[in-house]
Design a protein around this ligand. Structure first.
Ligand code: BG6
Length: 510
């Protein structure tokens, strides 16, 4: 994350330079991630002049095709998936730097060929032995690919050149498997070479949480248990499992969303100020925060968590089937498509402030937001207005869509009587900075090329996330629910989730 100051949008990209020479090797180059996100993101980096001058992309996949076929395929796909209109000249320049190798990920021969190809690429494109490997494959291949790269000497670094590996979630299935994965890849790579992507950290508005908190003196002084009543973090989706029933059946909302994306939002909201914006300084704070989450006992799991699964319903005016009727989903599936939890953080800043987290598929509206509710004033001096009648102050960080920040506070309603009403101050990103459509991967790819791991997860961050959710998953799997489906598609989730807050005298924002 490159930090530059800006007083207006014109200055926002000041002091950002193209990355240094390197080749990016994409394993799984014939797949969905490459065409939908990676290539459009690389194109956007080229467009904003942030790609290295000496650059190449090497695709590796088991699909058999020639280099020309590969170039042709990507040329067609970029037209469909680019987030900006494609400039032919710029694409031509990028296309000349596209290479392809077809091979099986488990076959040592693939890596010998890759070694030769990379030597050729270094000569032709001046990439100087700096390689970034992007594993855009199923996580089943991570260990094999990394160990083969290790065996071929392709991840060996020297003083002169670097080698880095980006992997995508899932980073394990629970605490034990995450530890095993970290141990396995850690036997080949140094931690500084491993870049674990959480695409939520590529979102501008998520990065902005740290700027908002630590770049403004106003908010930090009230960002604690003395002023904050509670925090609600919502990641609501209207989509279902989008044909990924097979994957989702073994995953569920906690593994798919809570352990990673929601915990990133929680961390950004609740960490202590890091001593700097160095990767390790920020990631140390995240680990401290995750360690401070009070572990849930099996009894807590019963009272502090809610799981749900959608039944049929109407979303955005269209009838949609129940989760159990989605393709490749078991008819008696117990997989949760919704999860809500109440967490407490045992430290001086947050003692006694509940954090309510919820996420679900097929909900009423797509929205990701962090809502901070402030405490009520201790006593109200105005006539005819009791404290109870007042809406509390809310600060809402809108992550997506309609990105922005909203502050809700009380104001006098004009007139001879003294009455208060709730009003809003609203900041919209689009109004200030315009909208530059992006994939969310641009910053992450660029940061990896320049060796800045701030927005990537360190092994301890991942394991700590798993240690918070594993007790929940254990209790849920030991006590399969008979209640599913327990919310209608198009609703705001199961009624038990409302009850979770109502018991504390609170309610979800809708
Ligand atoms: C992915 C999950 O990590 O994030 C998906 O696997 C989910 O199930 C997606 O839909 C949500 O991402 P976004 O950026 O659309 O909020």
């Amino acid at each position: 994350m490159t930090v530059a100051t800006a007083v207006n949008s014109d200055l926002a990209t000041a002091s950002v330079h193209p990355a240094g020479p390197c080749a990016i090797v994409i394993f799984g180059a014939a797949g969905d991630l490459t065409k939908r996100l990676l290539m459009p993101a690389l194109y956007n980096l080229a467009h904003t002049n942030l790609l290295p001058k000496d650059f190449a992309i090497v695709g590796v996949a088991h699909t058999s095709m020639s280099q020309d076929d590969f170039r042709h395929k990507l040329r067609q796909e970029i037209q469909e998936f680019a987030t900006v209109s494609v400039d032919n000249q710029l694409w031509q320049q990028l296309e000349q730097r596209l290479y392809y190798l077809s091979g099986e990920f488990q076959d040592p021969n693939t890596y010998r060929q890759l070694q030769n190809l990379l030597q050729q690429v270094d000569q032709e494109c001046g990439t100087q032995n700096n390689y970034l490997y992007y594993l855009a494959t199923s996580s089943n291949f991570f260990c094999d690919i990394i160990s083969q790269l290790g065996a071929t000497g392709l991840v060996q670094e020297t003083e002169e050149y670097w080698r880095r590996v980006i992997i995508e979630k899932p980073f394990g299935h629970d605490l034990e498997s995450a530890r095993a994965l970290n141990k396995n890849i850690g036997s080949v790579l140094k931690e500084s070479q491993i870049y674990r992507i959480d695409h939520y950290l590529g979102k501008e508005t998520v990065q902005n949480i740290l700027m908002f908190r630590f770049g403004n003196s106003l908010f930090e002084s009230v960002w604690n248990r003395h002023y904050i009543d509670h925090v609600q973090i919502t990641v609501a989706e209207t989509v279902g499992v989008e044909g990924r029933g097979n994957f989702y059946e073994g995953t569920g909302a906690v593994r798919d969303m809570v352990q990673n994306h929601l915990f990133q939002l929680l961390s950004m909201t609740a960490i202590e100020p890091p001593v700097s914006f160095d990767a390790d300084a920020v990631r140390d704070e995240k680990s401290k925060l995750l360690k401070a989450i009070q572990p849930l006992t099996p009894e807590d799991v019963l009272t502090h968590t809610v799981r749900g699964q959608y039944g049929e319903g109407i979303v955005k005016g269209k009838s949609v089937p129940a989760y159990r009727f989605e393709p490749r989903v078991a008819s008696g599936s117990n997989t949760e498509t919704y999860a809500a939890l109440k967490l407490t953080i045992d430290n001086w800043r947050w003692a006694g402030v509940p954090f309510y987290l919820r996420t679900g598929k097929r909900l009423s509206k797509r929205t990701t937001e962090i809502a901070v509710q402030f405490k009520q004033v201790p006593s109200l001096v105005f006539r005819q207005t009791s404290v109870d009648q007042l809406t509390p102050n809310f600060l809402v960080l809108r992550i997506q869509p309609d990105e922005g920040i909203n502050f809700q506070f009380g104001a006098k309603i004009p007139g001879p009587t003294v009455q208060m009403g709730s009003v809003n101050m609203d900041f919209c990103y689009a109004d200030y900075f315009g909208t530059t459509p992006s994939t969310g991967y641009e910053t992450l790819l660029y940061d990896c090329m320049i060796g800045d791991a701030t927005l990537f997860q360190r092994s301890d961050n991942v394991e700590l996330g798993w240690s918070v959710v594993t007790p929940i998953l254990d209790v849920w799997s030991a006590l399969p629910t008979r209640e599913f489906p327990n919310y209608a598609a198009g609703s705001w989730g199961p009624k038990e989730a409302d009850e979770l807050l109502r018991r504390d005298g609170r309610q979800w924002r809708e």
